[in-house]
Write a protein that binds this ligand. Structure first.
Ligand code: OGA
Ligand code: MN
Length: 284
């Protein structure tokens, strides 16, 4: 009988996980144990767990409905066979490096901003499962921030200011700030989403502060005041005391809860192939 073993990376945030074979059918007990581990640590790191695309999809299906990625919507038919897997990579499906000046590589670079996956989407992103197929020699770590601890340590003043405020998230906001160009039609075709700056996790009920980079405005505030408030909250939430960095090896698999964490990729040499695959599930 296999059972989940967890070894904390920091106190209460991030844990190395082992003891369950993620490429097999998971029992109800194992699924519940992983969810309980996620509720406790928010990010689970599995080593030596290289999955095939289909295995990764099957694993994700244990934890909610699979989110249809924006990329697959934009590219439509004819993309990769498994559209629910999001390439996190500077390499195209045909094995060629992405065009250095193109929007696709630009969007990949936008992952180096602190964000929560698909916060611009109207469904709530629950878990992301990211699997490393090929990693560069140096750099390209992924860093995580604990939004629960960040809320707990927020000043009373900021708690009062941010409480009840609703932020508008837009998919292209961060990319436009990087200089990527989108037509007004493209921007208008992607509807924004709205989430409170302070919200609760549905099962643990822990409060989090939620200031990802996709926020474009805050209801009832001017853009300058809103953006400064969001960047103040983000600066607070991403202090080193709330963060840890994961240094990738091929075969690593990470699961994180997008509702209580932010993450960002770290710089790496864009000429070196970095190939990861992500799948994201939805709450409810
Ligand atoms: C992601 C992501 C960052 C990275 O997979 O959603 O943002 O390190 N990854 O590539
Ligand atoms: Mn991401």
């Amino acid at each position: 009988m296999m059972s989940l073993k967890l070894s904390p990376i920091t106190e209460g945030f991030g844990a190395y996980a082992s003891g369950i074979n993620l490429s097999s059918n998971l029992s109800k007990e194992n699924i519940e144990a992983i969810e309980a581990g996620m509720d406790k640590y928010s990010v689970l790191v599995w080593r030596d767990c290289l999955l095939e695309d289909d295995q990764q999809i099957k694993l994700a299906e244990n934890f909610g409905k699979i989110e249809v990625s924006l990329l697959s919507k934009v590219r439509g038919k004819g993309g990769p066979a498994n559209k629910s897997l999001v390439p996190i990579s500077n390499v195209a499906d045909n094995g060629e490096m992405l065009d250095y000046n193109g929007r696709r590589l630009g969007s990949q670079i936008a992952n180096q901003f602190w964000h929560s996956d698909s916060s611009f989407s109207r469904s709530v992103a629950k878990y992301s499962i990211l699997s490393a197929r090929k990693v560069p020699k140096n750099g390209g770590d992924t860093e995580f921030a604990d939004l629960r601890a960040a809320y707990d340590e927020l000043s009373d003043e900021l708690k009062i200011i941010a409480n009840g405020l609703i932020a508008e998230h837009h998919v292209f906001h961060s990319r436009i700030s990087l200089g990527l160009k989108y037509t007004p039609d493209e921007i208008a075709a992607a509807p924004p989403s709205y989430w409170p700056l302070i919200r609760n996790h549905p099962t643990t009920k822990r409060k989090v502060v939620f200031p990802p980079v996709h926020i474009r405005s805050v209801k009832g505030m001017s853009d300058p005041e809103a953006r400064l408030l969001v960047s103040e909250l983000l600066e607070h939430a991403t202090q080193k005391c709330f963060c840890f960095s994961h240094e990738w090896r091929r075969g690593d698999l990470l699961i994180w809860d997008n509702r209580v964490t932010l993450h960002r990729g770290k710089r790496y040499n864009l000429k070196e192939p970095r190939i990861l695959r992500r799948i994201t599930t939805m709450e409810g």
